[in-house]
Design a protein around this ligand. Sequence first.
Ligand code: PMP
Ligand code: GLN
Length: 384
Amino acid sequence: LNRRLAEFGTTIFAEMSALALRTGSINLGQGFPDTDGPEEVREAAVRALRDGRGNQYPPGPGIPELRTAIAAHQERRYELSYDPDTEVLVTAGATEAIAASLLALLEPGDEVIAFEPYYDSYAACIAMAGGKRVPVTLRPHEGSFRLDLDELRAAVTDRTRLLLINTPHNPTGTVLTREELTAIAELAVERDLLVVTDEVYEHLVFDDAEHLPLATFPGMRERTVTIGSAGKSFSFTGWKVGWVTATPALTTAVRSAKQFLTYVASGPFQYAVAEALALPDSYFSAFRADMLAKRDLLATGLAEAGFEVFKPAGTYFITTDIRPLGETDGFAFCRALPERAGVVAIPNAVFYDHREAGAPFVRFAFCKQTGVLEEAVKRLKALA
Ligand code: PMP
Ligand code: GLN
């Protein structure tokens, strides 16, 4: 393994899902729903397979039907207009969109600012691109993890090329506010930075939180690569359909890298996702309501079990602090939890450069059936 990748072992998600299987534990670690997305979307995939649509290489940028549907979705929800032919790119999940964006846009030595804790592929992809990651730590403040805007401004140097943003944020569940996004946008414009924004949880925002795409802020459309995922928006994480929307120049750049990573992927599923994106708003509101009920169930249960709970405004993850349980090391806690309670969770420290800053935090996924969450809560309450 080369030096760029040496610090990255097996991803925590593979490790923890294997541990869940091995111990027969309830897996609240890796974020994937245990119920599949809409029946009619699955039917659309079956029809595509059967009719021979997408069984051979689809077009490099993605099938036109899907690119059109992605553009229509951005227009309908956010009044962001993108040309399906030049400003939309279909990728093998958001994961490839992140990798291709960083590989395409960074020169070796360029600095990338990302919030810490960050989704684990960010660090590895920045490293593969030869970039240098500069983490800005989100810190607990009145019940949620917040950004210190002064710290963000101070992190920008002459070598900073790109801000890698994620809202709604995995693993903390923070949804950046209009004020925070305005400040980020102003900084990007002032320092002439590119922005890659991972918005895969765009449909999962709760209570009075609102998802505001960075590309809608003044001066941002021309410098922003926006990333979405059918895995997250429609509960088909195994299909690996993601996308990028950006200016023609940025889209072409990302595509240049993408064509040598997978070239194309997920042929028949692209047809199905095109139909999914056209689902009425009632699909998205029902999805959100379902996840909200699950969030409340798990948040209440975890609090009753003695965890400090950071109630998420978005995503399908809850970050907790284990110190009220008399624990301090999330790694040790998560490694022991399957034996102690038959539950798997993720230590947030893996998402930090400053591991000590993340040590007491543990993430639980609530995208699981109600009965599964209830059983997990019962087991966790028995820990005390
Ligand atoms: N970004 C974030 C923040 C995620 O949590 C995930 C995991 N779903 C991804 C990207 C990857 O998405 P995909 O499964 O579409 O590759
Ligand atoms: N995004 C999911 C999570 O955060 C997992 C994706 C993966 O397994 N790489 O749990």
